[in-house]
Design a binder for this molecule. Structure first.
Ligand code: GBH
Length: 505
């Protein structure tokens, strides 16, 4: 009797919420990489120095293993092997970035590198040949050093430089590339690079760095978007968006203070960039703007450290994206009172004035900041969906790091991706317009400040070998199966001895 009631109950629940058990056929599965992390050829042909070349060459002491990405996985030479791996995985799409200093060695558009353009042409053509949709990020952190010498993102002309660079790449590659992303992770560019020392150009301008960068970044994004929309979209017919890192941050307790602290933390981490583009009213987030204005006045600044956007600028930026790319890795809890750290005054984190908490039972990756959090994608995306009135989303990055010693049997990564993809199904169930999922990353690569010590690859790379030999980890076989069947089979045990390419790929 009890059993019958139970079965009835389960059936009723299942009826009420029709569970997506399969990914839709047109859902795009892919992987993501970034130019500096994989290409190598740092000074090949006429490529110029980027801010990451400068940082790794002049301050190797700041990189965990003292390494640089002069050669790294050498995609510049072995790009065909990369495309072969995409075919092995059966990817629908591949997200990668262009190196500005490879295409425009002078930073400006007076000289376009033939060799740089040829490299990307070959790479893109190879993907197209096998029906893999290229999704291209214009900027993944490797600014030409020349432009940094002019102040980089802090120069008021930055938006114009970026727009001009964007027009060159739309013109060169837009006949084949239909998915464009302007910037990868504004917070990591502006806060980590300008307001702190954890990414190039390590400027540590804690008071205004993040905020001035944010203003020029969203302006540059909007200009590049409109250039595409007005001049290229009519003939090329693609879409243009931006990629923002959105890790989920919920309140530690149900108190009003914790809810407010979490909201401010979210505004500082991604609202600063998402709000001007995706919100109805436009402009920087209201509560954070008020806090920074008030503190700035107390600190003796004549105007807010967070610069104003004029009404004209707000209009230019508002609505300037065809989709919202989300890089999502993990979750945190935010508290108004607990776990507060000491931060420079003034600074973004001092403005936020909150503490973070992570439950110790959440499994830990090799990266200290990365844990497997429950319902992480679902929480982040349903929040954004509601807040910004249902935009189109792609998960543009999601992945797990291991130590090299963990080898090819990467069960922790498999557990992570299965959990993430189940969360994607829940997100689809909730009616969120989510069109694709890109795993970070195709293969091991140069992981910024931690060099080669943290491995995120579905393929292992032997960096000591001449050909930078790529070997599939177990997770590659699992991901391949999910893409092919559109189903997550928790019991699937692949034969990992040999990889193969399925018919039609
Ligand atoms: C992405 O950033 C990048 O786009 C990609 O290039 C990178 O290789 C990949 O993830 C893996 O790291 O302040 O405690 O969060 C992910 C977002 C934000 C993760 C900054 C590391 C630093 C420590 N990153 N974070 S914390």
């Amino acid at each position: 009797m009890k059993l019958i009631i139970l079965i009835g109950l389960v059936a009723a629940i299942c009826n009420a919420t029709p569970r997506h058990s399969k990914f839709p056929d047109d859902f795009l599965f892919g992987t993501t990489t970034a130019a500096y992390q994989i290409e190598g050829g740092w000074n090949a042909d006429d490529k110029s120095e980027s801010i990451w070349d400068r940082l790794t060459h002049t301050r190797p002491d700041l990189i965990k293993d003292g390494n640089n990405a002069d050669v790294t996985a050498n995609t510049y030479t072995y790009y065909k092997r990369d495309v072969e791996m995409m075919r092995e995985l059966g990817l629908d799409a591949y997200r990668f970035s262009l190196s500005w200093s490879r295409i425009l060695p002078n930073g400006f558009t007076n000289h376009i590198s033939e060799a740089g353009v040829a490299f990307y042409n070959n790479y893109i053509d190879e993907m197209i040949k096998y029906n893999i949709t290229p999704m291209v990020t214009l900027y993944h952190w490797d600014l030409p050093q020349k432009l940094q010498d002019f102040g980089g993102f802090l120069n008021p002309d930055f938006p114009l430089w970026f727009e001009r660079y964007a027009k060159v790449v739309y013109e060169k590659f837009g006949d084949r590339v239909k998915h464009w992303m302007t910037f990868n992770e504004p917070k990591e560019i502006c806060f980590q690079g300008y307001g702190d020392v954890s990414k190039a150009p390590i400027l540590n301008i804690t008071d205004l760095g993040t905020y001035v960068c944010a203003k020029n970044l969203v302006l540059g994004h909007a200009k590049a978007y409109h250039a595409y929309n007005n001049l290229f979209k009519p003939s090329q017919g693609g879409v243009c968006g931006i990629v923002i890192s959105v890790n989920w941050m919920g309140p530690l307790t149900d108190s009003e203070e914790d809810h407010f602290a979490a909201e401010i933390a979210r505004q500082a981490a991604w609202g600063l960039y998402a709000e001007p583009i995706f919100s109805e009213q436009g402009g920087f987030p209201k509560e954070l703007s008020e806090i920074v204005a008030k503190k700035s006045a107390e600190q003796g600044y004549p105007t807010s450290r967070l610069p104003e956007l004029s009404d004209e600028q707000k209009d230019l930026i508002r609505g300037s994206a065809d989709f919202f790319g989300v890089n999502h890795y993990t979750s945190f809890f935010i508290s108004a009172t607990e776990n507060k750290q000491v931060h420079p005054v003034p600074s973004l984190y001092d403005d936020v004035d909150a503490g973070g908490y992570v439950p110790p039972e959440w499994p830990q990756a090799e990266s200290d900041w990365l844990r497997l959090a429950p319902d992480s994608i679902y929480n982040a995306l349903t929040h954004l969906h509601k807040k910004y009135n249902g935009p189109t989303f792609y998960i543009t990055e999601n992945g797990w790091s291991q130590a090299l010693e963990e080898g090819l049997e990467d069960d922790s990564r498999i557990k992570y991706h299965r959990a993430a993809l189940n969360s994607v199904l829940d997100t689809l169930d909730a009616g969120v317009d989510l069109r694709g999922y890109m795993a970070w990353t195709l293969m091991d690569n140069f992981e910024w400040m931690v060099g080669f010590t943290e491995r995120f690859g579905l393929y292992e790379v032997d960096f000591t070998s001449e050909q930078k030999t790529r070997t599939p980890r177990k997770s590659a076989f699992i991901y391949k199966q999910i893409i092919k069947t559109r189903v997550i089979d928790p019991d699937y045990e692949p034969d990992t001895r040999t990889m193969w390419i399925d018919e039609g790929h």
